[in-house]
Design a binder for this molecule. Structure first.
Ligand code: DGL
Length: 272
């Protein structure tokens, strides 16, 4: 019997956990944020893989048969290697899922022009993961990406609803739309970005839709568990969530309330 693990480089994955728990409140969850080593967005493939694998192993050791990489950067840079190289040899009965494929699946259904924009960290944009995944599912679509290096720091520093954020949000949206004015759907391909939604909506051109990921990851997970009753049976259903961070538990508790709108307690752990 086990718990669903949700991993992120920091706080951002809490937007994914929030979406999942709203749809699937009955399961037990463990959230792990690698706050001591965030951000992952500017790190190399090798380092993101190494850190992500450490987190996955820890969540397995804590009793999670299923781990969601609730981090776009980790999903883009580490998921495939974990699924194809690590799991078959070391943990064939466990599963690790990411956030890019479920987001790509839904975006093709929502876009009418087939012109899709991706806003994400530098690492996710450089990996081209969204572009490849969407083109595979919806051949003929046009995908352009824009890295938003200031958006994660704005959220992490609690500046996301302050006037200073306006400049950076407007600037990145303009740069994205300048690449392809036919874009009608934008993926928020970073877990922190939903906190900037109020600002994003202010500067979004008319008729362009924005996709925060949480709800779609939840629908996709629900579908996965329906298709995999063996995994579903291994999951406990007590409706609890435990929080772990690699940085200060007190700081995590304070910041997490921004993402979850509720008070929580957290424990500090180390990854290696
Ligand atoms: N959670 C990461 C993501 O979704 C953003 C933060 C980071 O750069 O670590 O891409």
């Amino acid at each position: 019997m086990g718990t669903i693990g949700v991993f992120d480089s920091g706080y951002g994955g809490l937007t994914i956990l929030d979406g999942i728990r709203q749809r699937l409140p009955q399961y037990d969850y463990i959230y792990l944020g690698d706050n001591a080593r965030t951000p992952y967005g500017t790190r190399s493939f090798d380092v993101v893989y190494e850190f992500t694998l450490q987190a996955v192993k820890k969540l397995f050791a804590m009793g999670c048969p299923l781990v969601i990489l609730g981090c776009n950067t980790a999903s883009a840079k580490a998921l495939r290697s974990i699924q194809q190289q690590y799991l078959p040899e070391h943990a064939p009965d466990r599963r690790v899922l990411g956030v890019i494929r479920p987001t790509a699946e839904v975006v093709g259904q929502l876009s009418h022009t087939g012109h899709i924009g991706v806003l994400a960290t530098e690492g996710t944009i450089k990996s081209q993961s969204y572009k490849m995944e969407i083109e595979k599912l919806y051949p003929g679509s046009t995908i352009v990406g824009q890295a938003c290096p200031m958006w994660v720091p704005l959220v992490e520093n609690n500046e996301f609803d302050k006037p200073g954020a306006d400049y950076f949000v407007k600037d990145s949206l303009q740069k994205l739309m300048a690449q392809d004015p036919l874009i009608d759907t934008i993926i928020l391909g970073c877990t922190h970005y939903p906190l900037l939604l109020n600002k994003i909506n202010l500067y979004l051109p008319q008729g362009v839709k924005v996709i925060p990921q949480g709800q779609y990851i939840a629908t996709s997970l629900e579908d996965y568990l329906r298709r995999h009753p063996d995994m579903n049976q291994r999951l406990t259903q007590g409706g609890t969530t435990q929080y772990f961070t690699t940085e200060s538990a007190t700081k995590f508790r304070e910041c997490a309330s921004l993402f979850l709108r509720e008070d929580i307690t957290a424990q500090r752990i180390t990854l290696n």
